[in-house]
Ligand binder design. Sequence first.
Ligand code: IVH
Length: 673
Amino acid sequence: MTDAAQRARDLRRRIDHHLHCYHVLDAPEISDAEYDALYDELVRLEAEHPELVVSESPTQRVGAAPQAGFRSVRHRQAMLSLDKTTDETGIADWMARTRRTLGEGSGVSFTCEPKIDGVAVALIYEQGRLVQAATRGDGETGEDVTANVRTIHSVPLILAGDGIPERFEVRGEVYMSHADFERYNLRARESAGKTLVNPRNGAAGSLRQLDPRLTAERPLSMFCYSLGWVEGDWQPLTHMEVLATLKKWRLRINPHVEEVTDAAACMEYLHRLQSARDGLGYDIDGAVIKVNALSQQAALGALSRTPRWALAFKFPAEEATTTVLAVDFQVGRTGAITPVARLEPVFVGGVTVSNATLHNMDEVARLELHVGDAVMIRRAGDVIPQVMAVIASRRPPQAVPVALPDRCPVCGSPVEREGEEAVARCTGGVNICAAQRKEGLKHFASRRAMDIEGLGDKLIDVLVEEGHVRRAADLYGLSAQTLAALPRLAEKSAANLVQAIDRSRETTLNRFLFALGIRDVGEATALGLARHFGTLDGLMAADQEALERVPDVGPVVASRILTWFAAEENRDAVAALRAAGVHWPESAPQAEAPQPLSGQTWVLTGTLTTMTRDEAKARLQSLGAKVAGSVSAKTHTVVAGAEAGSKLAKAEALGVRVIDETAFLAFLESTEA
Ligand code: IVH
């Protein structure tokens, strides 16, 4: 072998190894730049010596020319679908039936794994080389998508390891990760291109591109989940063994596969999977439960379309289509006007949904939404329902485009959009607009502000509507009799509420500042201001420059604070609250406080029990630290609360210092001395 041939082979091996580390194991061993250098060298070498180019070279993943159409592929073994259930009884019944069919006494164990929401693909490897990839199609006949599947970096073009049979088929799911989906849509929006509706459609569309170069621009991934047929010497005994062996050969296997022996353990797995669902980074629509022993799978066999040895457990669908009956405009605390779609009620994500937020008018424009449109909505986890896309082909002729009203729907004041801002606002302010008044009071009473227990949203609406309360200070003048006279409030609750209002008089400066509802002054900024100035009078006397010296306060926030306190009605409102007895301990200003963490970047992850994430952030910022959202090699310390996930894992992988909440509290205390 020539030196060049030797070097090309060496480079191919090393590049394949690093692709495997990065895309399959999620554990890169070299930097992107080092990888690029290897890849570029191979490209150069192959350009100089075209005879060295082989089809499994990593440079040949996107080599193929556009096709006129896809060749049909007849599956040697039909690709079946799965029988499904949505409840515990379904699983227990299926397990019992399986045991009965196999004969009582024969031990049966099962496996559980995520049901990936993508596109099923069958790969054929011949002498360890990927020779064909086909879609499921109708189960009997699919399409040859080899050129496209070759662009998927987690699919090895060549396998590595011992005992690889002469020819075999492996099956799995090709999908688009959330990160790749977001990245693709971000770029599509920037270039005014067409966005993908969801990752599943992204995967399906990408796989069916006739030009593999376009597929390569929409990165896909693949998890392998079962064996098709085998020619040659390999007789695995169990599903678990199949997966472990495929993994050894470099095929990508989902890490959440577990063996269970009964329905209770299976349910426990499903609960864990459901809570992990939002953090997986890809869509799953349930789990697949399989009989582990392949001999038992064979004995159970299949019905016409579904095998008897597997069962899908479907989570409630997170997407549904419905009709937009109307679009209303809600007015928030700062006057921000949010369009809300009123929907034909539809069951999605486990609940009946009849409203979905549209965020702002830019979003309405992006969707080209009309009242009367059929829309695809999504409700995932506890996230508020979103309108994902309009199904334009189903638009009725009488559909009306959605327009921003030029007057506030609540108070009739003019609506304005500041410059390029996406948000439109009612210009009425709290004195004129009842909606802003109500929302401001709800914020004031909320748990993280003045924390008035029992003063819920509905009650505030009534108090404002009946004229009992105009501004926050009025809450402190409410009597138990007044409250008890309101509909739906019993005497006992009225008395409790008066007590809760009374208790809220004793507060802290940061809670009070947050409760005022100054635009852009969140919990973290409020805490920063309180620590910096120590007293309300100190803050109120500060000018723009003094405000900008507070950690995390920039020119915009500083001017919002100035403007807010410059308004007479706001100063009156504050004075009235103080006159009503609202008070807090004042302290010396900390303007010259030392900044021991200056130059350091900290990351907060998981749940803290003694403070909110925003409070922790403000404390760190007041000590001079930058608080970042993601972990990198430059991170100084990661504070890991309960149930910390991928950020903790990444910190550990990078060798970044990690402390738990106890150590964090001890550290904060030590800085207070
Ligand atoms: S095993 C006989 N395992 O679900 C079929 N399927 O409704 C055996 N799917 O078309 C399939 N994740 O594309 C299996 N971990 C998994 C899966 C999975 C997703 C898909 C598969 C199939 C569909 C069946």
